[in-house]
Design a protein around this ligand. Structure first.
Ligand code: HEC
Ligand code: HEC
Length: 205
């Protein structure tokens, strides 16, 4: 009984400083206060362990900021994320993007070995017959990306697969000049699966 009461007191004690922190501007060098919310799904360091929730660690800050703005404007649709960004200011979004971009990405897990050879071919060379350009041409030979092209290396395969299918169907259409949609429309569902498992397996040299 005393134990339970002690726990209740501890929870109450924690809740006060958390609410207080959320109302304060982020101090230089410390994580933005909203990271506590994002962490529930994306993990505190952005290396989400839930396949449906993308890893954010090590993605470019400009890319992450653009996605947050697009969730807010509705240019990218996600019932979960639109709720998350509703109360964020432009400055909050920049701070959160910079925080997650500065975290170190951990290697991917859960990819299927049987998909890797085909996926690597698509990534490195594209598919000539289907006029699919090599993914590496935009996302970089190591899949690390840059401001325009997001990091793919180590991302969850099921998330990558879902995004490629969304670009293919037109459900996700927030990419610059339709560059990614044009590629995805030429990929078959089997190609998408192979490419998704391969990028999940990619590690920096
Ligand atoms: C309840 C779970 C949940 C919470 C909490 C959450 N997210 Fe997300 N987030 C998701 C899911 C699921 C997606 C994938 C949406 C899709 O399928 O397009 C996502 C996508 C994203 C993306 C796009 C990533 C990419 O590679 O394009 C960013 C950026 C992001 N979230 C940032 C945040 C930030 C910042 C917070 C905190 C303010 C946050 N999320 C809170 C579940 C969550
Ligand atoms: C012509 C350049 C180009 C090529 C080639 C290309 N991409 Fe992309 N890709 C982009 C751009 C630009 C975006 C970012 C779209 C945005 O800002 O919303 C993107 C986004 C993505 C995303 C979404 C990432 C996330 O975190 O949500 C995935 C997955 C992806 N590309 C996979 C691939 C794969 C696999 C290939 C090869 C079959 C490929 N791309 C080839 C330009 C390209």
């Amino acid at each position: 009984m005393g134990h339970v009461l002690g726990l209740a007191r501890l929870i109450r004690w924690c809740a006060v400083p958390l609410g207080f922190v959320a109302a304060m501007p982020a101090a230089v060098g410390s994580p933005p206060p909203q990271v506590a919310i994002c962490a529930a799904c994306h993990a505190p360091d952005g290396n989400s362990v839930v396949p449906d929730n993308p890893k954010l660690a090590g993605l470019d800050a400009d890319y992450l900021e653009r996605q947050l703005k697009h969730f807010k404007s509705g240019d990218r649709k996600s019932p979960i994320m639109s709720g998350m960004v509703a109360a964020l200011s432009a400055e909050d979004m920049r701070n959160l993007a910079e925080y997650f971009a500065s975290q170190t990405a951990k290697p991917g897990v859960g990819f299927e070995a049987s998909e890797l050879a085909k996926g690597k071919l698509i990534f490195d060379e594209g598919l000539v017959a289907a006029a699919v350009p090599a993914c590496s041409g935009c996302h970089g030979s190591d899949g690390v990306g840059d401001g325009k092209y997001p990091r793919l290396a180590g991302q969850h395969a099921s998330y990558v697969e879902k995004q490629l299918l969304a670009f293919k169907s037109g459900e996700r259409a927030n990419d610059l000049k339709g560059a990614m949609s044009a590629v995805a429309k030429r990929l078959s569902e089997a190609d998408i699966r192979a490419a998704a498992h391969y990028v999940a397996s990619m590690k920096e040299e």
